[in-house]
Write a protein that binds this ligand. Structure first.
Ligand SMILES: C[S@@+](CC[C@H](N)C(=O)[O-])C[C@H]1O[C@@H](n2cnc3c(N)ncnc32)[C@H](O)[C@@H]1O
Length: 242
């Protein structure tokens, strides 16, 4: 797969890569770039969660630095809800930590017409609770405006999906990669033919979008993860998803 590299906004520091004619990937700040992209049928995002990243004790030490990488990359500081904008997308899917629900749900309820609270259940949860419940499931909210309601078969419309957390080499050096089974299900559920992921990390949403034949626009600010996403999505386009 040949990458076409463009620097669309001279002086902006935003690098844009086109893969074929249906994938555009930008390395830069989502809050600056997303409003310039215009309408997308669905924004599917796994933004930085907001949670307390301390604790974990002996288990944390044995975990080869996953939580430390989350802290180093500031992936525990939350995100600006304003990026969830019903004027720019028909529907949105947003992953979040349990502790974000109390603020995120009222925000979405005031923005989109309807919403559903869904979750993916981990077949291999971390063996700790850290003065909370076990991290054996993760929430995501699917919210939509009129005409962009959930799609797929009755089986696809389950609110839960079971999957193994990504571990080892399949994480591509990223601490929070989402499993293919989860992203494939979500892509089956969103209406329309265009998907944007403004916090794409290693490109898991893009891989699922490409496999489903949808156009994809991704944004990632970390150059290392951006490069990983380019390679993963290019491989998916070539029918050899890693
Ligand atoms: C939770 S991770 C997403 C992981 C992704 N779902 C995957 O499977 O690889 C969130 C990503 O958003 C990126 N990020 C955080 N703030 C950003 C911003 N303002 N603009 C663009 N990317 C951002 C981080 O570098 C991180 O890779």
């Amino acid at each position: 797969m040949t990458f076409t590299i463009e620097n669309e906004l001279p002086g902006s520091g935003i690098l844009t890569v086109r893969l074929g004619n249906r994938v555009t990937l930008s390395c830069g700040d989502a809050y600056a770039i997303r409003p310039t992209l215009g309408w997308m049928d669905a924004d599917v995002m796994d933004p930085p969660y907001l949670f307390r990243a301390e604790g974990g004790g002996q288990y944390r030490k044995a975990r080869q630095g996953g939580m430390d990488q989350i802290v180093d990359e500031q992936l525990h500081k939350g995100f600006d809800h304003a990026i969830l904008n019903p004027l720019l997308c028909g529907a949105a899917v947003v992953f979040c930590h349990n502790d974000q629900l109390a603020k995120l749900l009222p925000y979405l309820d005031g923005s989109f017409e309807r919403l559903a609270l869904c979750m993916w259940r981990k077949k291999n949860p971390q063996p700790l609770a850290n003065k909370h419940y076990r991290p054996d499931s993760e929430f995501y909210v699917h919210c939509w405006s009129r005409g962009y309601h959930p799609q797929g078969t009755l089986a696809d419309k389950a609110r839960t999906v079971d999957a193994y957390s990504v571990r080892g080499k399949a994480k591509f050096g990223h601490p929070t990669v989402k499993p293919d089974a989860v992203m494939d299900k979500i892509v089956r559920n969103v209406a329309g033919s265009t998907i944007c992921d403004p916090f794409m990390g290693t490109g898991s949403t893009g891989v699922a979008a490409v496999k489903a034949g949808k156009a994809f626009v991704g944004i990632e600010q970390n150059p290392t993860h951006f490069e990983t996403a380019c390679h993963r999505i290019a491989a998916a386009l070539e029918g050899t998803a890693q």
